[in-house]
Design a protein around this ligand. Structure first.
Ligand code: AMP
Ligand code: ZN
Length: 143
C-alpha cells in the first residue's frame, strides 16, 4: 500500500532496522524501543489488523514469532521475559494500520518501560451474566 510506512520499510523506501525477513514475514526494531529490543513482526502483505488476517496469513505470521521471540529473549542476558501485544483499531491503541505484533522484552518487575493497566472486574458480574457472556461469544463464533 503506497502510503503505508510499514510497507515502505519492507520495500526499503524508508529506513528500518530489519531483524528478520522471509517470503511472507518481516520483523524490525520498533523506533520507540519501549523496552530495549522492542521488535515488530508484520506480514509483507498489507492488512489492517487481526480482523483482516486470513487463517493462512495468521498461521504464516504467528508461526515465525517463537523463533523471533527467542532471539529477542536471548540477545541480552538481562532479558527475563517478553510480552506479545497486538493493538487492533484505534480504541485498542493501534496507530499504524498495517497489522503488527509487538515483542516487548522485559527486564525487571518495575520501571523497565512497559506496563499494562490491568484492572480486576470479577466482582462486577453474576454467574448468570458470565454464562450469558460465554454463550454470546460462542454464538458469535458460529456466525
Ligand atoms: P501501534 O500503536 O500498536 O499501532 O504501534 C505502532 C508502532 O509503530 C509504535 O510503537 C511506533 O513506535 C512504531 N513505529 C512508527 N513508525 C515507525 C518507524 N518508521 N520505524 C519503526 N517503528 C515505527
Ligand atoms: Zn502496509
Amino acid at each position: 500500500m503506497s502510503d503505508c510506512i510499514f510497507c515502505k520499510i519492507i520495500d526499503g523506501e524508508i529506513p528500518g532496522r530489519k531483524i528478520y525477513e522471509d517470503e511472507d514475514v518481516f520483523a524490525f526494531l520498533d523506533i520507540s524501543q519501549v523496552t530495549k529490543g522492542h521488535t515488530l513482526v508484520i506480514s509483507k502483505e498489507h492488512v489492517r489488523n487481526i480482523f483482516d488476517y486470513s487463517d493462512e496469513l495468521a498461521a504464516t505470521v504467528f508461526s515465525k514469532i517463537p523463533k523471533i521471540a527467542r532471539a529477542v529473549k536471548t540477545f541480552d542476558p538481562e532479558v527475563k521475559g517478553l510480552n506479545l501485544l497486538m493493538n487492533n483499531e484505534p480504541i485498542a491503541s493501534q496507530s499504524v494500520f498495517h497489522g503488527h505484533v509487538h515483542l516487548l522484552p522485559r527486564y525487571s518487575e518495575h520501571n523497565d518501560g512497559f506496563g499494562l493497566k490491568w484492572e480486576e472486574h470479577s466482582s462486577d458480574y453474576s454467574d448468570q451474566e458470565l454464562d450469558d457472556i460465554q454463550q454470546a461469544v460462542i454464538k458469535a463464533l458460529d456466525n
